[in-house]
Design a protein around this ligand. Structure first.
Ligand SMILES: C[S@@+](CC[C@H](N)C(=O)[O-])C[C@H]1O[C@@H](n2cnc3c(N)ncnc32)[C@H](O)[C@@H]1O
Ligand code: SF4
Length: 291
């Protein structure tokens, strides 16, 4: 449930947490070369800059010598499971506000807080980053999130200027809820949109509509969130270059501080539906639209 990262600070939460994410994803940089010279040049430049960054990230130190600098807290609740997703999630259905579901969340968080209390404390500075990943952390009511932050603060301390991030899905928050999270110290949100086509959202089993996506973007701006990231997935079934360019343009137009593009990781049945989607082309359009 909780992973206190016993590693040297790497500057950004994403870098610190990359180890927890990588097994489920294949980097776009692993794409094969194509016949297009521009595409190949872009690929080579990106590969070179990323391999330098990757070698910096790999300079690990023995874990037992270092106090934790960041915490990853897994909040597994999702309204439904997307067809492509193999993350550990617990499906709560479309009405997470039901008392039985709320009680289940409270029970999970009570155990999580006990786990935090039981962890060995290594003397050191307070946490620099806290990352609530999922699952869909924004399904967890602010008063429950507060319990976790209090437990972490009691155990390790949380730096005053710590970056506290939450993953989120459209359709799971409104302006007030975002502001409540922010009043607890949450300073960054990461929202999974995946694509800007209603039919593709349905095809990948997302719990939200395209309308929810635009409402969520509006709510983020209205709530005054300064730092937020938007996730897209390339290689979804029935994605083509026109749709992908539209998604990239809408993502840029939404004004996030960061965009993450994940190459679809899928196996077995779902992979068959994706086999005709050209990930190299998607990569090329991503480079030319976003970078
Ligand atoms: C694990 S989800 C958690 C946050 C939130 N529930 C959501 O769906 O956005 C974080 C991101 O992982 C990416 N992801 C999940 N499963 C994936 C897969 N099989 N292939 C590629 N990306 C994936 C999606 O882009 C998603 O936004
Ligand atoms: S909402 Fe996010 S974590 Fe939940 S099943 Fe879908 S991709 Fe996975």
């Amino acid at each position: 449930m909780l992973h206190a990262r016993l590693r040297r600070p790497l500057g950004r939460a994403y870098a610190d947490l990359s180890k927890a994410w990588v097994p489920c994803r294949r980097s776009l940089l692993n794409s094969q070369s194509s016949g297009c010279p521009d595409h190949n040049k872009l690929l080579n430049e990106r590969r070179q800059s990323h391999s330098t960054a990757a070698s910096r990230q790999c300079q690990q130190v023995p874990v037992e010598q270092e106090p934790p600098v960041s915490a990853y807290v897994h909040l597994p609740f999702c309204k439904r499971r997307c067809y492509y997703c193999d993350f550990p999630v617990s499906v709560v259905g479309s009405k997470p506000e039901r008392p039985g579901i709320q009680q289940g969340m409270q029970d999970y968080i009570t155990l999580l807080c006990r786990e935090i209390e039981a962890m060995v404390k290594v003397p050191g500075p307070p946490l620099r980053t806290v990352f609530f990943g999922g699952g869909t952390p924004t399904l967890v009511p602010p008063q429950l999130l507060k319990q976790i932050l209090v437990a972490l603060n009691n155990k390790y301390g949380i730096a005053k200027d710590a970056e506290i991030s939450m993953e989120s899905d459209p359709g799971t928050f409104d302006v007030l809820r975002l502001q409540e999270y922010m009043s607890l110290g949450v300073s960054r949100f990461s929202m999974g949109v995946q694509c800007f086509q209603q039919e593709l959202l349905e095809l990948c089993g997302r719990s939200h509509t395209l309308e929810d996506v635009y409402k969520a973007i509006n709510d983020i701006h209205q709530a005054g969130v300064q730092n937020w990231s938007l996730d897209l997935i390339s290689g979804l079934p029935q994605l083509n270059s026109k749709r992908w360019q539209h998604s990239l343009q809408e993502a840029v137009g939404a004004g996030p501080t960061h965009i993450s593009v994940y190459d679809l990781q899928a196996s077995d049945f779902y992979m068959i539906a994706c086999v005709l989607t050209c990930t190299q082309c998607m990569y090329f359009y991503t480079c030319t639209t976003v970078l």
